[in-house]
Design a protein around this ligand. Structure first.
Ligand SMILES: O=C(O)c1cccc(C(=O)CC[C@H]2O[C@@H](n3cnc4c(=O)[nH]cnc43)[C@H](O)[C@@H]2O)c1
Length: 226
């Protein structure tokens, strides 16, 4: 876990959590020197993300008003193309549940809690408006968190059917969101699309394009996010 901490006053402070340093650097470039934001590369996957976020929230002296999960992600066909942006309308742990003979049952259906964390829809809407106004391609929709990157067309279809409107998948959002929720803080998730969700073709991931889109989005969102 690596973190850039700025000193600043308590109000309007935002913690941005990425998975890896390349994403953190893109966010930092978009922000420029801005003491209202701290950016943390908390690790890959929901567990690393939750532990890193919860630790940062518990140990900060100045406190935060908003937590943002940000990074690259896979885009669902017909919803989010490579280089475009997705702002989460909801953050869903899509593999938190049980496989049954009838199909996947979420923890909500099993009665063990919830695999869904609501986002701050007011801020999410403002973020989408600001990105559109800046001419950046963006959609608002559910972002799925999975511990395993989807690698087949069948799984992509099953996820899209199970979560109507699913726009993107990544590996950290739910962990960041659970930590924020436990601290009573609002959360957002922003994904810049590097690859389609579907058959694995790592060579086709457009990471540079996605990181450039992430940087451009953060530059626009500096004000809308607060
Ligand atoms: O190799 C690099 O230079 C590099 C730079 C930035 C990020 C990476 C990663 O591999 C980050 C892994 C990160 O990406 C998310 N992600 C991206 N596409 C998907 C997907 O289709 N399904 C799930 N997750 C995806 C994920 O959040 C990982 O943490 C490499």
């Amino acid at each position: 876990m690596t973190m850039t901490t700025n000193s600043g006053s308590a109000s309007g402070r935002v913690l941005v959590v990425t998975a890896v340093d390349a994403e953190k650097d893109a966010v930092q470039r978009g922000l420029g020197p801005d003491s209202r934001f701290d950016v943390l590369a908390g690790g890959v996957g929901p567990v690393a993300a939750a532990v890193s976020t919860a630790t940062a929230l518990a140990t900060t002296k100045s406190g935060y008003d908003l937590v943002v999960s940000a990074g690259i992600g896979g885009g669902f066909a017909g919803r989010a193309g490579i280089g475009s942006l997705v702002v989460a309308s909801e953050i869903i742990a899509a593999d938190l549940g049980a496989l049954t003979p009838e199909g996947f049952a979420s923890v909500d259906e099993l009665g063990f809690g919830s695999a869904r964390v609501p986002v701050d829809l007011d801020r999410a809407g403002r973020a989408v408006e600001a990105l559109r106004a800046a001419g950046l391609p963006v959609c608002l929709g559910p972002v799925l968190t999975l511990s395993t990157v989807t690698g087949t067309a069948d799984t992509a279809t099953e996820l899209a059917q199970r979560v109507p409107g699913a726009a993107a998948e990544a590996m950290e959002g739910f962990g960041v969101a659970e930590a924020a929720r436990k601290h009573g803080l609002p959360v957002l998730e922003l994904r810049a699309i590097s690859n389609p969700v579907g058959p694995r073709d790592r060579a086709a991931w457009r990471i540079g394009e996605a990181l450039a889109a992430l940087e451009a989005a953060i530059k626009v969102l500096k004000e809308a996010l607060r």
